[in-house]
Design a protein around this ligand. Structure first.
Ligand code: ZN
Length: 65
């Protein structure tokens, strides 16, 4: 898996190539206050470390709003 466009494509909200490893739902990039990936289906949030999305269920956090 390689994501090379995170530095230049800041306005891209859809990750067509990636799906949530938990539910295979669509993912969204959140850029504030820090870059994260949010699953719009199951509301898990995955970290982005050094520009690389860490789509590992054990690293995900549930965001309850
Ligand atoms: Zn999900």
């Amino acid at each position: 898996m390689s994501i090379a466009s995170t530095n230049t494509e800041k306005n891209s909200n859809s990750l067509a190539l990636l799906a949530c490893p938990t539910c295979h739902g669509p993912l969204q990039i959140l850029s504030a206050p820090e870059q994260k990936i949010f699953c719009t289906s199951c509301s898990l949030t995955y970290p982005i470390i050094d520009g690389i999305p860490v789509l590992i269920r054990e690293r995900a956090t549930q965001s309850i709003r």
